[in-house]
Design a protein. Structure first.
Length: 158
């Protein structure tokens, strides 16, 4: 992924970093047990991988219940539509849980999407997506929040 980032950055490609996290996963694990928790993670990982592959994106498990999806493209694309497609597919899978109002597993997501030349290292895109993920969690979970870091960078240069 790193060599692809630098080459894509130099060419002025668009980049997307999408950080996903299973909402209240610790509580899910406590309620259903670690075996069922692993099954839940596998189902979600398979959906993320399938949709990412269809959209020419790379997906990885980024920690316990977090996932990272990365896409670089010569042409602009709808990163928000991609993120919504992922979240809708996971909702449609309807992984049952009795301890939430909606009765199924939900996902929070943080999205960073811009021209790659606006960041210097791949870690910056990941950081911005991760910060947006925490905004999504703090705003009530089960949603996508787009990083505003690029807008802030633009404001600083004025």
């Amino acid at each position: 992924m790193y060599p692809n980032f630098e080459a894509s950055r130099k060419k002025g490609y668009m980049g997307m970093f999408l950080m996903l996290d299973i909402d209240y996963f610790k509580q899910y694990n406590d309620l259903y047990g670690h075996v069922q928790g692993d099954v839940c993670i596998q189902k979600i990982a398979n959906l993320i991988q399938k949709i990412s592959h269809e959209e020419n994106a790379i997906s990885i498990r980024y920690g316990g219940e977090e996932f990272l999806v990365v896409k670089f493209s010569k042409h602009p694309f709808s990163a928000e539509a991609f993120a919504k497609k992922l979240l809708e597919a996971i909702k449609k899978e309807h992984i049952e849980r009795s301890d939430t109002e909606q009765g199924c597993v939900s996902i929070s997501a943080g999205l960073w999407y811009q021209k790659l030349h606006s960041i210097h290292h791949i870690e910056q895109g990941i950081k911005y997506a991760d910060e947006a993920l925490y905004e999504a969690k703090n705003a009530g979970r089960d949603q996508i929040v787009r990083s505003s870091c690029f807008d802030e960078m633009k404001d600083m240069s004025s």
